[in-house]
Ligand binder design. Structure first.
Ligand code: PLP
Length: 228
């Protein structure tokens, strides 16, 4: 029997190895791709082995859950970078600005407006990514691709905010490659450097299409119970 900590550690090592291999396969520099270890639903017992292995970049998709877990871990480990990867409501913008270093899910003016107010008030500047609904799925957050250029322009002109990059979650049942390619084109057109794309099932493909950040949860921590 291996302990959960041992299992998480070896799965983490395997994911890092795969990322380095995917970088090499497409002639990208070693370390060009940042792993965002997605810890939603997992407690400190699962997260500690990965922190102890040196991982410092993590993703959570709920503000409340992150607030319960991360302040304590931040006191114990320096250099942490926490990413919000789930939908943000404007009434949580203050907490999100206080807690997160990167907010990956900016997708409407109301959120941009609330973030701008809070960033000014708190004098904190998390990096902002714009989420794009590349598959135009009605149930999914994110801007339609065609609206991205105007939204980026309004972020600057109306809200005084500069996006650092784009993020997408391709439709679960489709080949993700065309979605990754579309996100890369949109980022290139806008001159944005960060591309957050690729999860447990498709991060190698995302790296081949230019991902700078891959968000990997279950391949490291195990499959999650369905969210209540
Ligand atoms: C949960 C989640 C992930 C990680 O998914 P896995 O398939 O477990 O790797 C990545 N991105 C977002 C936005 C998520 O909500």
């Amino acid at each position: 029997m291996t302990s959960p900590a041992t299992a998480v550690r070896s799965a983490f090592d395997a994911v890092l190895t795969n990322i380095r291999q995917a970088e090499a396969d497409c002639h990208r520099a070693p370390g060009a791709v940042q792993l965002v270890a997605v810890t939603k639903t997992y407690d400190a017992g699962h997260i500690l082995p990965v922190l102890e292995a040196g991982q410092r970049v993590f993703g959570e998709n709920r503000v409340q859950e992150a607030k319960q877990k991360w302040p304590e871990l931040r006191q114990r480990f320096s250099g942490l970078e926490l990413h919000l990867i789930g939908p943000l409501q404007s009434n949580k913008a203050g907490e999100a600005v206080a807690l997160f270093d990167v907010i990956e899910t900016v997708d409407r003016d109301k959120i941009a407006q609330s973030l701008a107010v809070e960033m000014h008030r708190q004098q904190r500047r998390p990096k902002l990514l714009v989420q794009v609904n590349t598959g135009l799925e009605p149930q999914k957050a994110g801007l339609p691709p065609a609206e991205v250029p105007d939204f980026l322009a309004r972020m600057g002109a109306t809200h005084g905010l500069q996006a650092a990059g784009l993020m997408c979650i391709p439709p679960a049942t489709e080949d993700p490659l065309p979605h990754f390619r579309l996100l890369r084109q949109l980022a290139q057109q806008a001159g944005l450097g960060i591309l957050s794309m690729g999860m447990s099932g498709d991060y190698a493909a995302a790296i081949s299409e230019g991902a700078t950040h891959v968000r990997v949860g279950s391949a490291i921590f195990g499959s999650r119970p369905p969210l209540a």
